[in-house]
Design a protein around this ligand. Sequence first.
Ligand SMILES: NC(=O)c1ccc[n+]([C@@H]2O[C@H](COP(=O)([O-])OP(=O)(O)OC[C@H]3O[C@@H](n4cnc5c(N)ncnc54)[C@H](OP(=O)(O)O)[C@@H]3O)[C@@H](O)[C@H]2O)c1
Length: 276
Amino acid sequence: MTTTLNDGTTMPMHGLGVFQTEAGDEVRNAVTWALDAGYRLIDTASIYRNEEGVGEAIAAHDLDREDVFVTTKLWNRDQGYDRARKAMDASLERLGMDYVDLYLIHWPIPDLTAESWRAMEDIKADGQARSIGVSNFEPHHLEQLLSGASVPPTVNQVELHPHLQQHAIRDGCAAADVRVQAWSPLKQARVLDEPTIVEIAAAHDRTPAQVVIRWQLQSGILTIPKSVHQHRIVENADVFDFELTSDEMAAMDALDRGDRIGPHPDGFAEQHRPDA
Ligand SMILES: NC(=O)c1ccc[n+]([C@@H]2O[C@H](COP(=O)([O-])OP(=O)(O)OC[C@H]3O[C@@H](n4cnc5c(N)ncnc54)[C@H](OP(=O)(O)O)[C@@H]3O)[C@@H](O)[C@H]2O)c1
């Protein structure tokens, strides 16, 4: 299942996240199992400190580089024009690649956004990233970025799961033709015992994780569940041969309670800004 981004690029709607996946064997195995199971999108970041292993596993696989969509992210301390250009070079070096498919500003730092985004646009123009986007951008961050951008972001990756459904962000992104991608799509496994989800899962003879992932895909949201266990990596990708009914979708939509597990983007990145 793929979507077309506003720059014309095709992007898988489903992928593997590798946050809190250790460098070395753990990340190499997770990426290899994911590619074996049909995943074609891997989501890493320089701050995850596992880009080398991601690159090694992709290089060692039978797939061609162009068959895999690789995302990495610009860390907060690297924001600003020159720092961002160097950070992209360093990520590509660690990945062992000459381009990534998607490069994201990891968190908004409003007074550095314009400068960092100018670097992102040049990174795209130079072919180091096929697409560029943002992460953790609230509607006001997106508006600020769009007001000065020559190239609009393609994707906004935000915390999104049944307990935090992010309607304001989704509306703002839809209006700007920006795709929303869910991070912590399973609320780091803390939504899997939710009775409504357990009940829907039983009705389909599926697992709660599969129901959550399916709900995201049917809602038009891109999703990148993380696991380091092969059976879960396989399970989380086995979501393309069943469908939630409109009543089940409505029941999932009703679980929103504005409950986040990560930091609120306003002010978070300030503590890691380059001059902090
Ligand atoms: N842009 C950002 O600021 C940001 C922030 C956070 C995350 N992300 C991205 O989003 C990805 C996903 O988010 P996340 O890693 O925070 O959380 P998540 O995908 O919601 O949940 C991962 C947790 O759920 C467990 N799990 C996975 N599949 C399961 C299943 N089928 N049944 C039971 N438990 C299962 C995993 O355990 P095991 O690994 O032990 O199986 C892990 O503890 C990250 O890996 C990263 O790529 C981005």
